[in-house]
Design a protein around this ligand. Structure first.
Ligand code: UDP
Ligand code: MG
Length: 269
């Protein structure tokens, strides 16, 4: 998955400077919000007085997003830009962002300004209380019912399978300690389940309510099919977790079951 790091491109490589906070932003065709998002992030992060970087991952946009990002990068050395040659999906974009980022704390958020940069201090405060992962909870969600209702069902199913209580698994606004990210491998659409994967490994997971805004520009990139895929994904990771090292504990039982049925059928026939 070749990608281009805008900073490396612009400066001709060079050592990556470690920082306190990395904000990782995956995006697909979000030309309408990038400049405002950059401005608001800069304001919040500067006020916090931390060393920070903002890592944008352009997941194959076909609008002006990438050229805008190059401009933003040219004017602000704290902004780094990764660009995919085609659309690989949000999980791949996040994985590339996690890998490229250097912060001791990593915050992920959407690019469409539905997530509010002003929440960042609250995430950091929650991490400081000692949890390893803080998940946002869009308590008052500003999305149409055809999004919020399936989301509720999905969340309920995920919580029961994952065995942890979160109101909003699917929230893209989250904060992680680097240590945790080092232990998580992302592929497919597994980004939704980082809290489950992390909890299973013994990391602590917390939650804070966050304000959520209606999408003001551009379009949502997801439809219903994501919930179906999401459900299959959680079943996959559940089985991998439970039987990954001993697949015959489940396959063997199935085999014996089918074997018995076959024998009985043969005897009765
Ligand atoms: N996104 C992405 N790659 C994709 C789909 C979405 O990077 O293949 C980004 C998108 O640009 C946004 C975030 O992921 O920054 C969340 O997507 P969206 O706002 O469409 O989801 P919704 O808020 O409608 O659930
Ligand atoms: Mg959105």
């Amino acid at each position: 998955e070749g990608f281009v790091d805008g900073r490396v491109e612009a400066e001709g490589a060079g050592a990556v400077v470690r920082c306190d906070v990395s904000v990782v932003v995956p995006l697909l065709n979000e030309e309408g919000t990038l400049e405002e998002l950059h401005g608001r992030l800069t304001k919040v992060l500067t006020a916090l007085g931390v060393e920070y970087e903002i890592v944008f991952i352009d997941d194959g946009s076909t609008d002006r997003s990438f050229s805008l990002l190059k401009e933003i990068h040219a004017g602000d050395p704290r902004v780094r830009v990764i660009s995919f040659r085609r659309n690989f999906g949000k999980a791949a974009a996040l994985a590339a962002g996690f890998e490229a980022s250097t912060g001791e704390v990593v915050i992920t958020m959407d690019a469409d300004l539905q997530d509010d940069p002003d929440e960042i201090p609250n995430f950091l405060a929650a991490l400081e209380k000692g949890v390893d992962l803080v998940s946002g909870w869009k308590k008052k969600r500003r999305d149409p019912l055809n999004k919020t209702l399936p989301s509720k069902l999905f969340n309920w199913a995920t919580c029961s399978i994952a065995g942890i209580e979160l109101h909003d698994f699917n929230c893209g606004f989250k904060a992680y300690k680097r240590e945790l990210l080092n232990h998580i491998e992302l592929y497919g659409e597994l980004h939704r389940y980082i809290p489950a994967l992390a909890a299973w490994k013994g990391f602590t997971v917390g939650e804070i309510p966050v304000v959520h805004h209606a999408r003001k520009s551009g379009k949502s990139k997801y439809g219903y099919e994501r919930f179906l895929k999401g459900l299959f994904d959680i079943i996959t990771i559940y089985f991998t977790r439970k039987y990954g090292k001993s697949p015959l504990h489940v396959l063997g039982k199935l085999g014996i079951g089918f074997g018995v049925v076959l024998c009985l059928t043969a005897l009765l026939a």
